[in-house]
Design a protein around this ligand. Structure first.
Ligand SMILES: CC(C)(COP(=O)(O)OP(=O)(O)OC[C@H]1O[C@@H](n2cnc3c(N)ncnc32)[C@H](O)[C@@H]1OP(=O)(O)O)[C@@H](O)C(=O)NCCC(=O)NCCS
Length: 200
């Protein structure tokens, strides 16, 4: 039995853990990182902390097992991260330990200099999302339920479009988004940028 519910502050550890254990193009990224928080600091935790109303969780008998996080206003969110999220992390990673892996270092570089989503895509599709489910929850329509709930919230807020970036090697993820109404817009490096229009 799976329940979809809103975010509570004590869900933050689950956001970090799910992000890490699904973070290598949908596979477990634990072996790539010595610091278990780094992926979540980029792609999950700031949404829970800064934009908790836009986080939905899927929970089963074993606990929280999936999330959709995002923002209705990508530029506004980037500005909030610059003010309220990155400064403490930049201090925390100011002198990286020699024990860090190559993947850790890549994430720290992204904390120092966050990648911006393509401006033309943000202009046309101002909202963006990330969704990750633990493997036990996949393939049962839970991702579809989370997405439908999030899209309804965005529509109610008058958002004109939603975008996301998927790793091109995440073939299953890209197939899911296409099946769910997202159209590929641009591929830049390894990222396929996709969008869904909600209104003109
Ligand atoms: C991608 C993900 C969010 C999809 O959620 P899900 O609950 O497994 O998907 P659903 O069961 O709702 O599937 C909806 C449709 O998408 C298709 N789909 C889902 N996963 C797919 C996959 N791996 N390959 C091909 N098609 C897939 C399903 O076939 C289904 O189509 P159907 O209704 O015609 O059967 C989930 O599998 C996941 O979290 N994966 C790991 C993390 C990840 O890759 N996130 C996306 C990063 S861009």
């Amino acid at each position: 039995m799976v329940t979809i519910r809103g975010y509570r502050p004590d869900d933050l550890p689950a956001l970090y853990d799910i992000c890490l254990t699904t973070g290598a193009s949908g596979q477990d990224a634990t072996a790539l990182h010595s610091d278990r928080d780094l992926i979540g600091q980029l792609y999950a935790a700031p949404y829970g902390v800064l934009e908790p109303e836009q986080v939905l969780l899927a929970e089963d008998d074993l606990g929280v097992a999936g999330y959709i996080v995002g923002t209705f206003d990508t530029d506004g969110f980037a500005a909030r991260e610059e003010r309220d999220w990155w400064p403490a992390l930049r201090q925390r990673y100011a002198e990286p330990s020699p024990a860090l892996t190559a993947a850790d270092r890549q994430r720290i570089a992204a904390i120092r200099t966050p990648e911006r989503n393509p401006a033309d895509i943000v202009a046309a599709y101002p909202a963006h999302i990330h969704m990750n489910l633990r493997s036990r929850l996949r393939g049962q329509g839970v991702g579809t339920m989370l997405l439908q709930r999030w899209v309804s919230m965005a529509e109610a807020a008058g958002v004109k479009g939603i975008h996301l970036g998927a790793n091109a090697s995440n073939v299953g993820g890209v197939a899911f988004w296409q099946r769910s109404g997202f159209v590929p817009l641009q591929t830049i490096g390894r990222t396929v940028w996709m969008g869904m229009k909600l209104k003109d």
